[in-house]
Write a protein that binds this ligand. Structure first.
Ligand code: FAD
Length: 438
């Protein structure tokens, strides 16, 4: 992008990862950018809370390196330090813990699978390595797993891995392209637990944005995009103010977009957003004075949709000697969740993996229904390629960024890839407007 947009003004709604990244790209291209964030704190779902010096992300967060997210952070000059998780365990249907067969060494020594399962798992990994992800966007992950192996224990193992990949129990809806692409990515690139929590990424993005000249307003809630002649003219805030803009980037989850875009102008967009399947998880975030069982830091549950990770074993997240443990329950979009039983299920997993944790607990919080992903890529709309575009024909100077937008990546990778795409489209649209006016 070249710096020729000095008369152009953009409002970005939302200061999560995607809003901050989009704002920086736009400002670097010369647009005058204001970011509106309704919360008093930046970061959205990537924010970290720090009670008594423990860095608690809003649910277990791991940065998957080697994808669009890493690329965008590099382009924006955002660096961070991190640790790499190891010593994964799998809990079987009878409640026993085994090495999780993610490495060759653990595959050899695990008692989760028998010899025939192990041989078949090697074949499955080889198939994953050869598979072109985009070829299976129309196949559900449960169908892909069922077609790939008939061995029951191996299927259960792959399903637990897939649930953790998607943050969802809805494998019969979730498209296999995400599972394939993410598995390929993690086989080649390490997963990072970020020192200080994801707030470190937010702080880096904030610094990049402000260095590029972006104005960030927190506690500034956008109420609606205003229109003139069928185009966006700016944004009205809940406090009554109005900001004028040549382009608007909406970097919020889909539910918020429905409030921001006037109902009459974009019926197709509204229908698309209404049809999306959001991904929710129940989270138990726990700070401990010490970790009772350091040898059992990460547990995938092969039987139930649960996952536990003591992230402080690998990253700087707790004061000396202390520990931060995150537990997730993957919810199903078509099943009614009962918060009390979700919490009990997470506490039971913690009782097993970290016995005695109740005696050393310093802080705990239960978030019964966190939005993990704005939209699950689903097989019946072609997977990642079927997600909404960062632009709509119905409002040509409004653009979208978030983990529900665009064909690239999943989770933060999708948020950051779509932020870059939305910013590029906005800059191109602003250039066309300038040329037309010249
Ligand atoms: C429990 C959990 C675990 C996760 N684990 C991972 C993981 O391991 N790896 C990974 O890559 N990703 C993970 N994610 C997903 C990741 O957090 C998100 O993809 C990413 O943070 C999305 O960023 P975003 O900026 O697109 O959206 P958000 O973070 O939702 O930001 C949107 C922002 O818009 C603001 N906003 C909304 N409406 C308005 C309005 N009207 N006016 C002004 N501001 C508004 C919100 O306050 C918010 O700050 C996880 C998410 C959760 C919840």
């Amino acid at each position: 992008m070249n710096a020729s947009q000095s008369e152009q003004r953009t409002v970005v709604i939302g200061a999560g990862l995607s809003g901050l990244a989009a704002a920086t790209y736009l400002a670097r291209a010369g647009s005058a950018v204001t970011v509106l964030e309704k919360s008093g704190k930046l970061g959205g779902r990537a924010a970290t809370d720090t009670p008594r010096g423990f860095a608690l992300n809003r649910g277990a967060h791991a940065f998957y390196t080697g994808g669009a997210g890493s690329q965008v952070l590099r382009e924006l000059g955002v660096s961070y330090s991190a640790g790499i998780p190891r010593r994964y365990l799998a809990r079987d249907a009878r409640g026993r813990l085994h090495p999780f067969p993610a490495t060759a060494k653990d595959l050899l020594r695990t008692s989760l699978l028998d010899a025939a399962d192990k041989a078949d798992l090697l074949r499955v990994f080889a198939r994953i390595a050869m598979q072109r992800a985009s070829d299976v966007g129309h196949v559900s992950t449960s169908d892909w797993i069922a077609q790939t192996t008939h061995r029951p224990k191996l299927r259960s193992f792959l399903e637990s891995f897939a649930r953790t990949t998607f943050y969802s129990a809805a494998l019969e809806l979730a498209s296999a392209d995400v599972f394939i692409a993410r598995t390929q990515q993690t086989l080649q690139h390490p997963v990072h637990y970020v020192d200080g929590g994801w707030q470190s990424l937010v702080a880096g993005l904030r610094h990049a944005a402000e260095s590029a000249g972006v104005e960030i307003q927190s506690a500034a809630s956008a109420s609606q995009i205003t229109l003139r002649n069928g185009r966006a003219a700016g944004v009205r805030l809940h406090d009554g103010r109005q900001l004028f803009a040549d382009a608007v980037v909406v970097a919020t989850p889909p539910e918020d977009v429905l409030h921001l875009v006037p109902a009459q102008v974009a019926p197709r967009l509204r229908q698309t957003l209404t049809d999306l399947v959001p991904v929710h998880v129940a989270c138990l975030d726990v700070a401990l004075a010490r970790l009772p069982m350091p040898s059992q830091p990460i547990v995938f549950d092969v039987e139930q949709p649960r996952f536990m990770t003591a992230q402080s074993e690998f990253a700087r997240l707790a004061p000396d000697g202390g520990a931060v443990v995150h537990l997730l329950r993957h919810l199903h979009p078509r099943e009614l969740a009962d918060p009390a039983s979700e919490r009990a299920a997470l506490e039971a997993l913690l009782d097993q993996a970290q016995p005695g944790w109740r005696d050393v607990v310093t802080e705990q919080r239960f978030l019964p229904r966190m939005l993990a992903v704005g939209a699950l890529p689903v097989a019946n709309s072609g997977g990642m390629a079927g997600r909404p575009s960062p632009r709509t024909d119905e409002l040509t100077n409004v653009f979208f960024a978030g983990d529900w937008v665009g064909p690239e990546g999943y989770l933060a990778d999708a948020a950051l890839a779509s932020a870059r795409a939305a910013a590029r489209l906005a800059v191109a649209a602003q250039s066309r407007t300038l040329l037309a006016a010249a």
